[in-house]
Write a protein that binds this ligand. Structure first.
Ligand code: ATP
Ligand code: MG
Length: 266
């Protein structure tokens, strides 16, 4: 697989405070990468840099295009950012119109739009709010509408910046599973919650603009000392798994309670 995102020695600062200094990162096409780090580690800054919201940086190459003024619109067309802010901005009067707004602007056939809308609505279970004014929705529902509006456009890269905090666990798992199944989608999932990295193939631990650990998710999850040091809490099942593994009672990380019980009864 080729690299879809290449960041080569990027430096970025707000006023005189450096957030990234000589920062490099490569992300493969169709991969599902999580970036986890404590508050203020630079995650949202990175997300905004990737979509050209903070600065147009020629140290960043996406889809083989250097991120400069000339290429910015071409890059943005295929990359979606779902942010953590609660004040989402909507343009239409109903949820359904809001979700299809972008597709309609592309001039797609009504039947195709309808088909894609139905698929997304089913996935996110938002049929009951389709005729509602998006501004009157709850925080979690607003996030789902933003996600639906992005997914319907078939982006090649989706960057999720701590946006699923307000979405219940079951729906979140369904969304991650769906995203993972998409053959031509690269997912960058930014979070400070370890439970949100379970679905990704690769996990990066970021602290103060530096990559502390980078590797396959199950290997990175073993770095309990690093998580403790930067103040990220281990979920119960992960903590338990690592302790049992240390004493040789299990030989791998098991995050599902039933699977753990079966393993221990063997
Ligand atoms: N617009 C801004 N102007 C000045 N400093 C900023 C600005 N935005 C962020 N910062 C600073 O940059 C650092 C990194 O912020 P960033 O939002 O990238 O962190 P984060 O990892 O997303 O944190 P969180 O988990 O809290 O969302 C923080 O110290 C923050 O104070
Ligand atoms: Mg953030």
């Amino acid at each position: 697989m080729k690299d879809i995102i290449v960041i080569d020695k990027l430096s970025f600062r707000y006023d005189n405070k450096y957030i990234f200094n000589n920062f490099s990162l490569k992300i493969k096409e169709n991969s599902f990468v999580s970036i986890i780090g404590p508050n203020g580690s630079g995650k949202s800054t990175l997300a905004k840099l990737l979509v050209g919201l903070l600065k147009v940086a020629d140290e960043i190459t996406i889809f083989d295009l250097i991120m400069n003024e000339k290429n910015l619109n071409d890059i943005r067309k295929d990359i979606a950012l779902i942010m953590d802010t609660t004040n989402d901005c909507f343009v239409a009067e109903t949820v359904a119109d809001e979700i299809v707004f972008g597709l309609e602007n592309l001039g797609l056939k009504n039947s195709d739009i309808k088909k894609r809308l139905d698929e997304i609505v089913k996935l996110l279970k938002i049929d009951s709010i389709l005729n509602t004014d998006p501004y009157s929705l709850s925080g979690g529902e607003k996030k789902l509408v933003s996600l639906a509006s992005s997914l319907i456009m078939n982006p090649k890269i989706i960057v999720i910046d701590d946006a699923f905090e307000m979405i219940d666990k079951e729906t979140k798992e369904k969304i991650f599973k769906y995203l993972k199944q998409q053959k031509k989608l690269t997912i960058i999932n930014i979070t400070h919650n370890i439970e949100d990295v379970y679905y990704s193939d690769r996990t990066i631990i970021l602290n103060q603009g530096d990559i502390l650990v980078d590797g396959p998710t199950l290997k990175v999850l073993e770095q309990d000392k690093v998580f403790n040091r930067i103040g990220i809490e281990l979920p119960f099942m992960l903590d338990l798994s690592l302790k049992l593994k240390l004493y040789g009672l299990v030989d791998k990380i098991i995050l599902d309670m039933n699977e753990m019980v079966n393993e221990l009864w063997k």
